[in-house]
Design a protein around this ligand. Structure first.
Ligand code: SAM
Length: 438
């Protein structure tokens, strides 16, 4: 059973400075989650904002050498870095501030629980659901639009049955993630590339929830056995915490950071989980996303910023921004003028200022938790809202040095915005790794 999951692990022991050539040669997929959908445990939840676990393992192994290191991801997302660290046998910490995403990541770290206990519990939930004879709960319009009546009825019973058995145990939490893991597959609605649900885009394949849940249980059971055979010791911890303070992480405790912060590309992490949050009744509608989710996150999309409450000068009046303030102010002012020429009037000028203010705080927190001579890799991309270029990697590098790190270097892995004819602007963009020496 587990052997069919065995994939040869790519081991590379290149040094920091030698990595560049290797990565440049390939069509780079290391900053995407796609390949994780084949990997045990990583595949329990598709998080489109995630990056490649195999790549993280290569990085960890290249720094691990013969010494034990402590790994950290301040923007842990669905837990890719922490799980990959466990696979490499290193102590790994992660923090994530999105309340739903952090719950997913924590549930994945429960792979060391007894697989049979999990299977029995989850099967009880399924059997009880099949026998329930109650009318379905009322759901919000989004949920109603996303599912056929029959599928929503089965999902509703699975949810009620899980609530009935939920005792707060680890096994119950694993069963929760099994249910979360089938919500997209059983929806009739398609999704945009970034997992925003699109109720009007109807999917052809429509899988029944009871069948999908059974398959998810079997897959998770196999993955738990696989991890227990090959990983053996759970060495990862994920906290709900804010990267701007890293309050749960001790001073001088970290040797290596592999992470990907939110990009300034207007991706709304709150909206991306709207279907799941709505199904579990954690939000009633789009309006709840601001208080319940966005308020916890780095301000990386224009939906975070409300012009009547946020003032550009006030945001820029942050002494942490001194190293980049002249360039930042000029970009924000240009964006302020540009918005008046566009229908949507998006608050990119406020968002860009707030983003760098948030990231400057993050570097200060990271300086506190990192040991001397630590290494940091930020997977990051630049952006050009309204066609105004924001040199994200250089500005982040400068803020890191101002926070007390020794040096930065950007390794480009791919070009973006060069292919499509209908793109909104013609500024060539790139994505890559910002390496920081500490
Ligand atoms: C690019 S994703 C990271 C994905 C991760 N590498 C993975 O493979 O799943 C960035 C993450 O940062 C989280 N985030 C945003 N603001 C944060 C904050 N202030 N503190 C901690 N995490 C935050 C977002 O919720 C999102 O999950």
């Amino acid at each position: 059973m587990a052997s069919k999951l065995e994939t040869p692990v790519l081991v590379q022991t290149q040094l920091f400075s030698e990595m560049e050539d290797t990565y440049k040669k390939t069509t780079d997929r290391t900053s995407t989650f796609v390949d994780n959908m084949k990997l045990p445990v990583h595949r329990w939840f598709r998080f489109s904002a995630g990056f490649s676990a195999e790549w993280v393992k290569e990085v960890v192994k290249s720094f691990k050498d013969n010494n034990q290191i402590v790994l950290f991801d301040p923007f842990a997302g669905s837990g890719t870095t922490v799980l990959a660290g466990e696979e490499c046998g290193v102590k790994s910490y992660g923090i994530e501030s999105h309340p739903f995403v952090v719950r997913v990541a924590k549930a994945k770290l429960l792979w060391y629980e007894d697989p049979l206990d999990f299977k029995n519990f989850a099967t009880r939930v399924l059997t009880h659901a099949r026998n329930l004879n109650e009318p379905s709960d009322q759901y919000n319009t989004l949920v109603d639009k996303c599912y056929s009546k029959d599928n929503l009825n089965e999902l509703d019973k699975l949810k009620k049955s899980w609530i009935h058995y939920n005792d707060g145990s680890a096994i119950s939490e694993l069963t929760w993630i099994a249910l979360v893991g089938i919500l997209r597959a059983t929806a009739a609605a398609g999704t945009a590339p970034w997992q925003y649900v699109l109720p009007r885009k109807v999917k052809k394949v429509n899988i029944r929830p009871y069948d999908a849940f059974k398959r998810q249980i079997d897959m998770m059971f196999d993955d738990m056995i696989y991890f227990q055979r090959y990983v053996k010791q759970p060495r990862g911890v994920i906290y709900e915490d804010d990267a701007r303070t890293c309050s749960k992480i001790e001073d001088d405790s970290i040797d290596l950071i592999v992470t990907s912060p939110p990009y300034t590309n207007n991706y709304d992490y709150a909206d991306a989980t709207r279907l799941e949050l709505s199904f579990f009744g954690e939000i009633k509608g789009w309006g709840d996303l601001q208080d319940k989710i966005r308020s916890h996150l780095i301000r990386s999309c224009s939906q975070h910023m409300i012009s009547k409450n946020d003032d550009l000068n006030e945001i820029l009046n942050d002494s942490n921004l001194t190293p980049i303030i002249d360039e930042l102010r000029s970009v924000c002012e240009e964006l302020g003028k540009e918005r008046l020429l566009h229908g949507g009037k998006k608050n990119y000028h406020l968002m860009i200022a707030a983003y760098f203010s948030d990231l400057a705080k993050t570097w200060i927190a990271l300086r506190r938790v990192c040991r001397d001579n630590s290494n940091i890799c930020f997977v990051i991309g630049d952006s050009a809202p309204y066609g105004v270029h924001v040199p994200v990697d250089r500005w982040l590098g400068e803020l890191a040095v101002a926070a007390g790190f020794k040096s930065y270097y950007f390794e480009k892995t791919r070009d973006r915005n060069i292919k499509w004819k209908n793109r909104k602007h013609k500024i060539p963009l790139h994505e890559g790794r910002l390496w920081i020496k500490g």
